[in-house]
Design a protein around this ligand. Sequence first.
Ligand SMILES: Nc1ncnc2c1ncn2[C@@H]1O[C@H](COP(=O)(O)OP(=O)(O)OP(=O)(O)O)[C@@H](O)[C@H]1O
Length: 434
Amino acid sequence: MTESLWQRCLSQLESRLSERDINMWLRPLQAVATDHGMDLLAPNELVREQVDREYRGVIESILSGIGGNASQVRVSVGGGERSARADAAPAMRGFRSNLDPRYTFQSFVQGKSNQIARAAAEQAALPENAAYNPLLIYGGVGLGKTHLMHGVGNRMLDLNQRAKVVYVRSEHFVNELITAIRHNRMDDFKAFYRSVDALLIDDIQFFAGKDRSQEEFFHTFNALLESNQRIVLTCDRFPKEVEGLEDRLKSRFSWGLSVAVEPPELETRVAILIAKAEQHDVVLPQEVAFFIAKRVRSNVRDLESALHRLTATAKFSGSPITIDFAKQALQDMLAVYDRLVTLENIQRTVAEYFKIRIHDLNAKKRSRSVARPRQIAMALAKELTNHSLPEIGAAFGGRDHTTVLHACRKIKELRESEPRLDEDYNNLARTLTS
Ligand SMILES: Nc1ncnc2c1ncn2[C@@H]1O[C@H](COP(=O)(O)OP(=O)(O)OP(=O)(O)O)[C@@H](O)[C@H]1O
């Protein structure tokens, strides 16, 4: 009875919280009926504290909404009779990993933008690879840093089921530290973090300006490295650029390997969409995947939401997934992306990037210093907007549509043979769409 009540509560939570948080913090809990209501048993102190602080209130309100008298909730560790404190640190008795099982290397789609990061992450999961310790993965939002980080942890668990792999967001680490200081439990805190086989810390930019946390993290970090335990970190930019992060930490980070994840290119975005659709047993025609991937360029999380919206609408309406259907179902979402990229915007951005005048892009000038940026701007216009070739030609000083077509082909060819030009193109596309 209690278990089914808990399951109902979990399914309601699914609409309020991310799947990642549910898998990480709430699914590992076990529900037990008590006189006062419900006890939720957490596998370790880390989970207990997070659930108690972040989720207990919402759980109680859902439980009181779905009836039963289990609306009063207590969160404790393990079998209930032991106190949380007794179970907290000492070698993490009964520790179960809090990794998201869906984030594996198998479910990670590889492309030019992330192949180095992925290869490094796979290496970092191997016990003998001390050279990759710490591994730091950095890059913009929603590009798969957390996914790769869990990939390392999940691979370590595949290789050794008894490995103690702890994933924690920096924010959580800071909160836990504050609680430990307040309740005079620093020894537990230290013992917990120093007894792991691998520590995965997400979004370390959050440590910026938090001196005590950095200090504690620094010591934990050293202790783990000295005994060859694994450390994987993520950051939203290259750590040297994070203001408010101590130099000694920045220098420690560079002892191992730092790898970047970039926004995925078109073909990878298509592959990701098709793979994600398959994971949900949905057949996504390739032309529809291209249609979405061409418009949604920002990051993988946005791609996922577009796909989610599309498949949910298709299921609901029973319609087949075609380009027309996608246009309809994603109308509002795509309008936002379209609004961002206008022909004027492209011309302004390209002109600024190459330090030429917008006027030159539209003039008859044929000198190479202007002709190449003009061709790049036309190719970007074709890729990023819905304008037809004649419309693009008209916007660039009344040129013919065949000139635009030629520009697109030329740039495609040059991007393959000239890495510098490819980089310019990608930089511009990113600036225009982020
Ligand atoms: N190459 C990829 N293949 C498959 N899924 C991916 C890939 N890259 C990202 N994703 C998915 O995109 C979503 C966002 O990724 P993730 O949370 O790892 O991003 P992040 O870089 O950590 O972002 P943030 O900095 O905002 O935390 C996840 O659901 C993840 O599975």
